[in-house]
Design a binder for this molecule. Structure first.
Ligand code: PRX
Length: 657
């Protein structure tokens, strides 16, 4: 992994650390909290015994495991010898225990249509969908791609795959046909589950045309299962013999389908995420450890109780949705909210109206959303009764103290604990977080590693940095929900995560610990950007730009942005004879949106005659970031041609979207 100095600028760090207020837990909350301080002691004594206890208590095993952990660095196996089915753990057992009537999801469609799905409904739908997949030829060990909007059929489809022991690979509905095809091909998926489309900001947004375009380049797909969400609002073409409507095939299936018990280490899903190369990586998650890790963290960190109404406002297409909308909450028989829409449609109080109406008691969202709400003003939440809220969570990017405090004051009524949770697609579960009722929080700090997790901050040589210092965040011990690898590429797994600091998992993040040992996450230190909580590779955007026939070369950096954390800034060198123009700038941005996704569309694009490179030919992103952010340039002595920077500088005032 190339590590350059992409760490956030010093002023950003100072600002983060300037907030000195602390928030001790409210004794009344502590008295009823799920989490106890003793968890840390128990896990410290023997972390394997700790996870073994939790795994025995929380999972309905078809066959109990014989060994807790097999750790052949960097390859972990957890709960060896055990067999289970995760859909049975997420659904059947609750119905058997008399919770069939309990709501699993309050689904809220964007135009205002709603559905209530109980655990009994979920069990029936999952079994029918699993039978339909069987009819389409899906078997244990196969991969199924899922490309859907936020509708109830999405978790149903995931659980139906898991019921058969088939792995799912969910591709966020905002990704392009090209991105979808790349993921299907890497996973060699046999079936694609999609929808005619979804609703977004008041508009019907078709999805099937992109699915068709992807399949044209994805020869492994044998069948396409299509949910009808838009109906007459979209024109959907179906390919005879290949495509089937969900309501036709699922509708006529028997209502029972036995869950297939699988090994603890059986592949549960692949989720593709951006790294430091142009090709996204298929992150491998397996069954038992993932179930143990997500369900336990969910119950402890959000203090989930049987009567709670829990709303994680992420999209299921990202890991947050996998772990904390689907598997963790369902394993805990939680009642959740599933929302198809955006925070601003029909108006900026939409979320707060939902919280009031459904008496949401736990809310989990990203700092970008919070900052957008701050910008719109506190009058929007103030219009609604938010007194049902008792825990607030944050995820996906560093939360600035101002946003943390605004969230706690204006959404949490100044009384709720705020849990800032650090984790990644790779970690599967939350790893650094406060425990509500236990931890004294500091706005902007994710506080401490979860019980059983050993995190550290190290210097360039991998030496632990004393408290008060900053460096690279590493994990020094395996954890149950950790990634098991990169699909089909064990060497890349080793190289990406375990080679920078031998024996340690390098997360790609910079972090600082204060004198009291609190962790402060400082953002990525590699070539990965975090835009509105979405992880985007600079190199992926660069290759999308170079893919355009008029572009010779490009360099992309993340520029600090007050709303989205970072914004994409692209420097572009055009091919000889091509003249720069505003029109071409727009065309190139659209090209990136089409090749990857609108979330990867550069906000800033600047044409430049050259790029600053080291003598060994490496693009000096640090300098480009300085230029993008209008800072005084640092040391440029390793620059091959120092005149380049001046040339770029002269052109500043880059075109903004
Ligand atoms: O940089 C960190 C940031 O998001 C990255 C992981 O992105 P992804 O795999 O898409 O998963 C996002 C949701 C879990 C991390 O490397 N990140 C995530 N949570 C936080 C964070 N940065 C600071 N504070 C957080 N709470």
């Amino acid at each position: 992994m190339t590590v350059d100095s992409t760490a956030p600028s010093q002023p950003a760090i100072e600002n983060l650390l300037a907030e000195r207020r602390t928030f001790p837990p409210d004794p009344a909350f502590t008295a009823q909290a799920n989490a106890k301080a003793s968890l840390y002691e128990e896990a410290d004594r023997d972390f394997e015994a700790f996870w073994a206890r939790i795994a025995r208590e929380r999972v309905d095993w078809t066959k109990p495991f014989e060994q807790t952990l097999d750790w052949q660095l960097p390859f972990a196996k957890w709960f060896i010898g055990g067999t289970l089915n995760i859909s049975e753990n997420c659904v059947d057992r609750h119905v058997k225990q008399g919770l069939g009537h309990k709501v699993a999801y309050h689904w809220i469609g964007e135009p205002g249509d709603t559905r209530t799905i109980t655990y009994a409904d979920l069990l029936r739908e999952v079994q029918k969908a699993a039978n339909a997949l069987k009819e389409l030829g899906v078997k244990t060990g196969d991969r199924v791609a899922i490309y859907m909007p936020m509708i109830p059929e999405l978790p149903v489809a995931m659980l139906a795959c898991a019921r058969l022991g088939a792995a799912h690979t969910v591709v966020f509905g905002g990704f392009s046909a090209e991105a979808l095809a790349g993921r299907i091909n890497d996973a060699e998926a046999k079936v694609l589950i999609t929808a005619d489309g979804g609703w977004r900001r008041g508009k019907a947004t078709p999805l099937k045309p992109a699915a068709d375009e992807a399949i044209a380049n994805a020869p492994t797909i044998e069948h396409v299962l299509v949910v009808q969400r838009l109906g007459d609002a979209a024109e959907t073409s179906m390919t005879e013999g290949r495509d089937v409507w969900w309501h036709d095939i699922v509708g006529r299936q028997p209502e029972t389908c036995s869950p297939v018990p699988v090994d603890s280490e059986h592949l549960l899903y692949l989720l593709y995420t951006s790294g430091t190369t142009a090709k996204p990586k298929g992150i491998v998650h397996t069954t038992a450890g993932y179930l143990v890790g997500t369900s336990f963290t969910h119950e402890m960190i959000f203090d989930v109780k049987p009567d709670d109404v829990y709303w994680c406002a992420a999209d299921i297409g990202w890991v947050t949705g996998h772990s904390y909308i689907v598997y963790g909450p369902l394993a805990n028989a939680t009642t959740g909210v599933l929302y198809e829409g955006t925070p601003d449609t029909p108006a900026w109080d939409r979320w707060w109206q939902i919280v009031e109406q459904y008496k949401v008691s736990i809310l989990y969202c990203a700092p970008t959303a919070i900052r957008a709400f701050m910008k719109q003003g506190e009058e929007h939440p103030a219009k609604h009764d938010l007194s049902s809220l008792r825990v607030l969570g944050s995820v996906g990017e560093p939360i600035n103290p101002e946003a943390w405090l605004w969230y706690q004051q204006n959404i949490g009524g100044g009384k709720t604990p705020v849990v800032d949770t650090w984790w990644q697609t790779e970690t599967g579960m939350i790893l650094i977080t406060p425990l509500p009722g236990v931890t004294t929080t500091k706005p902007g700090s994710a506080t401490f590693p979860f019980p059983g997790i050993e995190a550290d901050v190290v210097d360039n040589e991998g030496r632990s940095v004393p408290l008060g210092g900053g460096g690279y965040l590493v994990l020094k011990r395996p954890w149950p929900a950790m990634l098991r690898g990169i699909y089909g590429d064990p060497e890349r797994y080793q190289e990406t995560y375990w080679s920078r600091f031998p024996g340690m998992y390098f997360a790609g993040d910079g972090a600082k610990r204060d004198e009291e040992g609190y962790f402060w996450l400082l953002g990525r230190v590699d070539d990965v950007m975090n835009v509105a909580g979405h992880r985007i590779s600079t190199i992926e955007v660069e290759s999308a730009l170079v893919d355009h026939k008029k572009v010779a070369e490009s360099a992309v950096v993340g520029k600090n942005d007050p709303l989205t954390g970072q914004a994409i800034f692209a420097f572009v060198i055009l091919k000889a004879g091509v003249e720069p123009s505003d029109g071409l700038g727009i065309e190139l941005r659209e090209h990136v949106a089409k090749v990857i996704s609108p979330i990867a569309r550069p906000k800033f694009l600047m044409f430049t005659p050259d790029l600053p490179k080291t003598r060994s030919g490496k693009i000096m992103r640090r300098l480009l970031r300085d230029i993008a952010e209008g800072r005084t340039l640092g040391d440029t002595t390793t620059l091959a041609d120092a005149g380049v920077v001046d040339a770029i500088r002269e052109r500043s005032g880059a075109a903004e979207e």
